[in-house]
Design a protein around this ligand. Sequence first.
Ligand SMILES: [Zn+2]
Length: 269
Amino acid sequence: MNKIRKLAIEKIADSVRDECSMTGYGFQNIFEAAGKIGYRVIRYPIGSDAFLGFALIKDTERIIFSNSSLILSREIFSIAHEIGHQKLHLKDQGLKIIKDDDFNDRDEFEIEANYFAACLLMPREKVEKFIRLELDDKDINRWSGLDIARIQTEFNVSYDMAIIRLKELRIFNNTVGNELKLEKIEKKISRLLNAINGNVDLCKPAEVKKVPADYLEWVISNYTEKLIPVNSLEKVLKYVDLNAEDLENLPEDELEEDESLDDLIGRMD
Ligand SMILES: [Zn+2]
């Protein structure tokens, strides 16, 4: 990624923060924020070994899926990364879906989406402001794991991501970064977060099952209009622990399996 592209991505991330009316340091609830700016956010615990998320365009809908079996700080990163794919790669590049098995892929799109997520979650000026005003411009050589835990809590990111981003912003160098990383190994992050009364939830999976209400309505209306069969409807409902009997006034099933809907749901398996 060259410097011009980096700056362009930073600008796009900035405009997303504006769209979300972000005034604080970090996102308090990026899931809600993504919904407010028009993404259909689906969170589902598909297991800690399963894929991390995907970005999808379906008809006029822009869908973002995140695996809520991941620890929360990683799931937050997933959402930010998928917003990046939506903004940078889908449509513009003629793609309909990008699915992420991991974020370590050295593919150019992955590097860009990771960079976007870092700029979105920890913008340079907010990080610098936090260090100046909240950490009282503390000398870098006196930083401990507790300072990273404070940054983590404010920006809702993982310990590792905070360190990577601070290094990238040249707030500290590799030596300090490595020392702070060691501290993470010695003291468990949750203990660091506990010590500062920070957000311990960042270290646990949220296991949330969340499908936008109008998405469910859309599936149900597709069924009532006989566009999809009952087993497709039931598959969707199962994701949110419902079944067809929970819904009243549904017509009898008359259709065969529908391919296109299954494409979408199949990816959530
Ligand atoms: Zn990706």
